[in-house]
Design a protein around this ligand. Sequence first.
Ligand code: BTN
Length: 325
Amino acid sequence: MLKKTNASLQNLIKILNDGDFHDGNTLGLQLKMTRSAIWKLIKKLIHYGIHVDSVKGKGYCLREPLILLQQDQIESHLKNATSQIRIFEKLDSTNDYLKMQKNIKTPLFCFAEFQSKGKGRLNRVWYSPFGKNIYFSCRYPFKKDVSELAGLSLVIGLAVIKVLQKWGLNHKLCVKWPNDVYYEAKKLAGILVEIQAESHDCITHAIIGIGMNVNSSQKDQDHISKPWTSLGQILDGYIDRNKLSADLINHLMEYLLEFEEKGLKFFMDEWMNADCLIHRTITLKSAEEEWQGIVQGINAQGQLLLQLSGGGVRAFSSGEVTVVL
Ligand code: BTN
């Protein structure tokens, strides 16, 4: 499922965003479309779960603000123009889309307003309602062997933290190994890194997917069982995702370049300051086993170091962490 954001839909939403009612005839004249074409767009919004009030004789009105992602808006805030951006109205998954793009020589970013098969870590689903949050991925070609990318996913978490600090979030913000971003013990963003090595040209492509809860409110996502929050809830207002998306691209590019040159060791202090698991007692669950111990930090490969209850320190590359104490 692949669809670029439709310009008429963008324009319709811009008009409806004033919170007033607009009738089908006037909208048709403004957008140079028939009334039935307007109705089709309205139906599309309703299908995507957007609350559109429709009153006979008055027309249509958006119950909540909605600003879609716009390429020109995002690009106007970018620090350098070395990366390409593609925005889609819907995709299965931005990670899967970028995995299919071949011959990519420079970083390629892809955003979707809606993902029908958004993927989380450990084969989970990433719920991706239309127009609410940020779902994007970056295909980044590293001139490195896959073995040199250990720790990459942790550095991405730090880049996200940096952006959120810029948006005013304080010490309640932290990263939970390997790369979940939490605010007051509630999940705010998740990261999924997938690797594609192309053996013929010694390039390793990282597909870096980031999902950030931005304008979702608890009623939009009441079926998510684990505690979560959104930037809009924390800052108590509607967030225009365009500037935020540009900030994410800018910081991600900065952190990726630094990681490419200097590796994970350059970020060790930053990790220690952002880490919410240090000295906590946790359980770590892998597909086959469960371990309990006290977190001692990470090693040079970004593995989690656990002082096991039975004695000894063991390094883990993956698994799901639950805090006990
Ligand atoms: C997690 O915390 O489990 C990781 C969530 C990653 C979600 C993002 S949304 C954009 C990109 N596309 C996907 O299908 N997943 C990632």
